[in-house]
Ligand binder design. Structure first.
Ligand SMILES: [Zn+2]
Ligand SMILES: [Zn+2]
Length: 85
């Protein structure tokens, strides 16, 4: 049986909770987005309580940090997502 792998996304699309603008952010294993400014409405997008970060809270993806942590806890292999659009 093949080992399960965790795919680290290269980018995520954040949905602004104020104006619904979608903005793409690049992710790396040391990016941590606790707070982000919306390019359209200029309001701050803050991590809601009980969420890990802006990426986990407002995009369809999870941030690299939480994925890496999970992979380490479960002993899974970590692979980086290939660039795809
Ligand atoms: Zn906005
Ligand atoms: Zn996160």
């Amino acid at each position: 049986m093949r080992k399960k792998r965790v795919v680290i996304p290269k980018s995520a699309t954040i949905n602004c909770p104020h104006c619904s603008k979608k903005s793409r952010v690049n992710l790396s294993e040391d990016t941590f987005l606790g707070i982000l400014e919306c390019k359209k409405c200029k309001q701050k997008i803050e991590t809601p309580p009980a969420h890990c970060c802006v990426v986990c809270a407002f995009s369809a993806k999870r941030c690299p940090q939480s994925l890496v942590l999970e992979a380490k806890m479960k002993g899974l292999d970590i692979i980086r997502e290939e660039e795809q659009f």
